[in-house]
Design a protein around this ligand. Structure first.
Ligand SMILES: Nc1ncnc2c1ncn2[C@@H]1O[C@H](COP(=O)(O)OP(=O)(O)OP(=O)(O)O)[C@@H](O)[C@H]1O
Ligand SMILES: [Mg+2]
Length: 512
């Protein structure tokens, strides 16, 4: 008898979207079950139903053969089901321990028992090899560590089944390896894991069985050992094998962005960037590789006007870029696909259309003598929704009604439709399915063919190698190497530079 059975689950959202259609889904106790499918296929919805966050319109859930009603996450947790969300949901101002114990603090004479709390958190962390400091403030922690906090929080509730919704989308390869060790440990200790991910390589590496969803339905479930990556991709997108992309030839033009001796010291006095210098030319993609937390994110944020550098100069088209607000920087032809898209990219309660014009609503034709023009806005939004294949019923729906991947597309559409001189792309394919990732690669190449200079930061080395015309590697705030022909390098070799085990002497003057 399966551990979890979901039978005939149908879910129609109030806006009429049928996110799940007659879904039958089974999970065995003790397995790692991967749930895959395109953006908007209905994976998160199905798991939210299992976790009691959404009510299905029809269908039944059984646990070990017994029909259950799951009306809220409290019900789910009581039944042994926990979930770590696609968008982490911790309270940044609270400490790790406070977040973990939110709502379930052990009370002694009605008071919060601080030492007992810290003790519990420490022992859980130790048991599952999840190293964290219970007294750290969540806001100060990198994403990988925040996720550990979420996992411990779920474990602390004493669940048997843990649902992880795209847990690796925000992680570096190293953090992903750590997470996988944790997942294996969980299973060894008798837990069951459902894992949603778009990375088929990961699915192959970690899962026991795979279920594929498409357009709200289950395509099938099969043992991982019997599935090839090509076959899975074909199941997901409903056609045979993806065409292999050919790199269009580069036409490198004049220098667009020149960064000279850029340094950045953060509020805590730590040197985040150390005299970083490089150029990006028109018609070229400069990739930046590095283990997360080595200065790449701050570099992009400085270039986008979101942070002020401590020292150094930035030149755009031969002119010194003044310190400026993001809006001013954008008006100079710089587009930015931010890494933390939920914080810097979208306004969740606003509609898709409003998000699409967020940076240009004050321009014609969207605004005329101070009045917004709804017709023009709607037509423009509809065009972008079509061009970027954003799966949404209507431009008026709020951004929060979109699936994770479709939310990404809204930001991509806004930024890539600007025809920028310089495009700053931070982790542009994070959270995207196979097809959408391919589409983004096309868009980046298109910008490059249009003569834009593209700066690409990605945690996905194979993506960097295939897209970049030149590849820089950052370690500890410095650029330790710039390679002219990344396609000739192996991931392992780049890894040595990323870890700071090797560096290139940079005496050669760069550029043409
Ligand atoms: N709260 C909501 N209100 C209305 N529609 C929604 C809501 N949440 C999701 N949807 C829609 O339901 C469909 C399935 O979304 P879901 O989030 O389950 O997809 P997903 O498979 O998790 O995709 P992704 O890989 O992009 O995260 C999508 O068309 C989405 O727009
Ligand atoms: Mg999702």
């Amino acid at each position: 008898m399966p551990f979890i059975e979901m039978r005939g689950i149908t879910k129609v959202y109030p806006n009429g979207v049928m996110a799940n259609h007659q879904v039958n889904f089974e999970v065995e106790a003790g397995e790692i079950h991967a749930l895959v499918g395109e953006n908007g296929a209905g994976k998160t919805t199905l798991m939210k139903i299992l976790y009691g966050m959404e009510r299905p319109n029809a269908g039944e859930i059984r646990i070990r053969g017994v029909p259950v009603q799951i009306r809220s996450p409290f019900d789910a947790i009581r039944l042994g089901i926990g979930m770590v969300h696609q968008n982490l949901m911790l309270i940044p101002e609270f400490t790790v321990a406070e977040n973990i114990l939110l709502g379930v603090e052990p009370h002694r004479w009605g008071l919060w028992d601080r030492s007992a709390t810290l003790q519990t958190v420490r022992s859980l962390a130790e048991r599952y090899g999840l190293s964290i400091d219970p007294e750290a403030r969540v806001a100060d922690l990198p994403v990988g560590v925040r996720q550990r906090v979420e996992i411990i929080k779920v474990l602390h509730r004493g669940v048997d089944l843990i649902i992880l919704d795209e847990p690796t989308a925000l992680l570096t390869p190293q953090e992903t390896q750590e997470l996988f060790r944790t997942i294996r440990e969980l299973v060894k200790q008798g837990k069951t894991v459902i894992l949603i991910t778009h990375k088929l390589r990961e699915v192959k590496a970690i899962s026991d069985r795979i279920t594929v969803m498409r357009h709200g339905r289950i395509v099938g479930t099969l043992p991982t050992a019997e599935a090839s990556e090509e076959e899975l991709a074909a199941w997901m997108i409903g056609r045979r094998a993806l065409p292999t992309l050919k790199r269009p030839p580069a036409r490198r033009g004049p220098c667009i962005l020149r960064v000279e001796n850029l340094s950045y010291i953060d509020e805590g006095g730590r040197a985040i960037l150390r005299e970083v210098s490089f150029e990006v030319h028109s018609g070229e993609i400069l990739g930046i590789a590095g283990v997360e937390g080595n200065g790449q994110s701050e570099l992009v944020e400085i270039l986008a006007g979101l942070r002020q550098p401590t020292a150094g100069e930035i030149w755009l088209d031969g002119e010194r870029l003044p310190a400026g607000t993001p809006r001013r920087i954008r008006s100079m032809g710089i587009a930015h696909i931010p890494e933390d898209r939920l914080r810097n990219g979208v306004a969740l309660p606003l509609s898709i259309a409003e998000n699409l014009i967020a940076d240009r609503y004050f321009e014609a034709p969207f605004s005329r003598s101070g009045w917004l023009n709804p017709g023009a806005i709607r037509r423009y939004a509809e065009d972008l929704i079509r061009a970027f294949d954003i799966r949404a019923p209507d431009p008026e729906v709020p951004a929060e009604a979109l699936s994770g991947g479709n939310l990404q597309r809204v930001i991509l559409a806004r930024e890539l439709s600007r025809r920028p001189r310089l495009l700053l792309a931070a982790q542009p394919t994070r959270g995207l399915d196979v097809g959408a990732t391919e589409a983004v690669h096309h868009f980046l190449w298109e910008q490059r063919s249009n003569g834009a200079a593209v700066l690409l930061v990605s945690a996905d080395l194979s993506e960097l190698i295939s897209l970049s015309d030149r590849l820089a590697v950052m370690h500890d705030g410095e650029i330790v190497a710039i390679f002219p022909e990344p396609q000739r390098l192996s991931e392992e070799e780049i890894g040595l530079y990323m870890l700071g085990l090797r560096r290139q002497p940079l005496e050669r003057e760069e550029g043409s």
